[in-house]
Design a protein around this ligand. Structure first.
Ligand code: TYM
Length: 333
């Protein structure tokens, strides 16, 4: 069966190892399978749910495109575009916000985390953000959506919105019900400073994450300083439940090497963390530095990156505007 793949990444700078292992690495594999039709979106409309400096946003949009390409996504095989340039996304988001229920959105844990204690001061966009995400996915009749574990709840909401629209308007299977593609293991990479918190671009300390633009010395330094416990390396998987930092570092190592957690544990069982950290740094350098060098090179080719986006936008617009037209007919506009 042909799979229609859609996913998005926010252009908010500092794309990190979590984005790479949780999502982008998967995008590359899906892009390489000829049977798939892939659309990868730089979700700039999602980014402005919190204030963005316009000049930095412009740079970050291009940096996200550069990261996609440096990681191995081929713009000849996949559509790469930015959301704001295809107006159907904003329009569909409005329409779907009339389908989504307040009760459904009130359950979204990411909004609660991002808005913090002062919910009254959060933008309405931050609250309705998952509805825009549903619009992104449904406009392309996407069958599969590769994401990290933190987006799972938003995808469930997207499925609910699609089903409700189809039911309300008697339009059976008009919106396809998308399947999340979340890896069983390594779908949530944690902070290097606290194994119970997600690795995130918004955490203040840069030591908490490996950025995809980090150089060799930064990687070595961050892994050296990464928090661990005082015990030797674990000798079985059960031990990981009570040792979040060890679990995270072993997870990162396993994901980069493409091996199971069990296999990594066998390799390092009983050794010191310092020995393991040296090997982990080496593998990170081997996998991340080529990407980071390619990103830096591509950032000097702004015309090339801009052209990829404008060609991608044309293709995306063709698909999305057809779907919006059909939505209009269904609604009676
Ligand atoms: P964003 O920009 O926060 O993250 C991009 C992708 O990276 C994954 N990710 C992680 N995976 C594992 N461990 C982590 N620490 C980690 N941090 C981030 C995210 O799960 C995501 O897959 N709402 C989305 C963007 C979006 C979207 C869409 C995704 C907008 N429209 C439509 C899919 C389909 C977001 O903010 O991702």
């Amino acid at each position: 069966m042909e799979k229609k793949i859609f996913s998005g990444v926010q252009p908010t700078g500092n794309l990190h190892l979590g984005n790479y292992l949780g999502a982008i690495k998967n995008f590359v594999q899906l892009n390489n399978d000829k049977k798939n039709k892939c659309v990868f979106c730089v979700v700039d409309l999602h980014a402005i749910t919190v204030y963005q400096n316009p000049k930095e946003l412009k740079d970050n949009i291009l940096e996200t495109v550069a990261t996609f390409i440096a990681s191995g996504i081929d713009p000849k095989k996949s559509i790469i575009f930015n959301q704001s340039q295809v107006s159907a996304h904003s329009e569909a988001a409005w329409i779907l916000s009339c389908i989504a229920r307040m009760g459904w959105l009130n359950r979204m844990t990411q909004f609660k985390e991002k808005a913090g204690k002062d919910k009254e001061k959060a933008s309405i966009g931050l609250y309705s953000y998952p509805v825009l995400m549903a619009a992104d996915i449904l406009l392309y009749d996407s069958t599969h959506v590769p994401v990290g574990d933190d987006q799972k709840q938003h995808l469930e909401l997207c499925r609910d919105i699609a089903q409700r629209f189809n039911n309300d308007f008697g339009a059976e299977s008009f919106f396809k019900i998308p399947e999340p593609l979340i890896q069983k293991e390594f779908s949530r990479i944690m902070s290097l400073k606290d194994g119970t918190k997600k690795m995130s671009k918004s955490e203040i300390s840069d030591l908490s994450r490996i950025n995809l633009t980090d150089g060799k010395d930064q990687i070595i330094n961050k892994i050296k300083k990464a928090r661990t416990d005082t015990l030797p390396m674990p000798s079985n998987v059960q031990e990981l439940d009570s040792r979040p930092e060890a679990k995270n570092l072993i997870g990162i190592y396993s994901s980069l090497c493409g091996i199971s957690t069990d296999n990594s544990i066998q390799q390092f069982s009983g050794k010191n963390f310092s020995q393991f950290k040296e090997i982990l740094s080496q593998i990170l350098i081997e996998k991340i530095i080529p990407i980071s060098s390619e990103i830096k090179k591509l950032l000097n080719e702004r015309d090339y990156l801009t052209k990829i986006l404008s060609e991608g936008c044309k293709k995306a617009d063709e698909i999305a505007s057809k779907k919006i037209k059909k939505i209009h007919e269904i609604l009676g506009f």
